[in-house]
Design a protein around this ligand. Structure first.
Ligand code: URA
Length: 201
């Protein structure tokens, strides 16, 4: 993304930012997907969840995490007293992905696609101003921590994203395939809650 476009994105408020994400053609994914999937939840949420990219169902419905992985995410959030729908910013999260357009066949996002899309996520985070960020899966974790380490080495640490505490955990789609790691994901959610309540790491 050019410096000029970066500055342009950083100046946008919610509506024009969403319009940009919907119609974006900055990388090849824009013309392959139905529309950019922007985000869902409370615009002033205390907790913001960041995933990877929309899948087929998300592309169809225009909402992040509405497929099988999304159901697991909703259950995990519910266990923490949180949900994606509601009026209370303390109980309603905001959910967005690193990549707004669906990669074909659910392939991994490519570095240039992440580079083009990341400023939109960064602007969303700036607008929400959450008290805690939860990055789910390798791509969200690496994009927000700036580290190339695997997820197993990034989790269980209190990261800092420009002054906002950041916790990294497994992606719900991975947990569906590897249910034995759900206990680790629960430990990550407990760390997130501790940070949120100011109990430190
Ligand atoms: N996986 C993600 O990372 N995001 C979605 O929106 C759906 C599945």
């Amino acid at each position: 993304m050019s410096e000029q476009r970066l500055l342009q994105v950083r100046a946008l408020d919610w509506e024009p930012l969403q319009a940009l994400a919907h119609d974006c053609r900055a990388c090849k994914l824009g013309s392959m997907s139905q529309r950019g999937v922007f985000g869902v939840g409370h615009p002033q949420a205390r907790v913001m969840v960041v995933g990877e990219a929309p899948g087929a169902e998300e592309d169809r419905q225009g909402e992040p995490f509405v497929g099988a992985a999304g159901k697991l995410l909703d259950n995990m959030l519910r266990a923490c007293g949180l949900s994606r729908a509601g009026e209370d910013p303390a109980r309603t999260v905001y959910i967005a992905n690193v990549i707004k357009c669906r990669p074909p066949g659910n392939r991994n996002p490519e570095p240039d696609e992440i580079a083009q899309c990341l400023p939109i996520l960064q602007r969303q985070i700036e607008l929400v101003r959450p008290r805690l960020l939860l990055a789910l899966g390798r791509f969200a974790a690496q994009a927000l921590t700036g580290s190339a380490e695997p997820i197993g080495r990034l989790r269980q640490r209190a990261w800092d994203w420009h002054g906002t505490p950041l916790v990294v955990s497994y992606h719900p789609a991975y947990l569906l395939r590897t249910p034995q790691d759900k206990a680790k994901a629960w430990a990550d959610l407990c760390l997130a809650q501790d940070l949120l309540e100011g109990r430190g790491a």
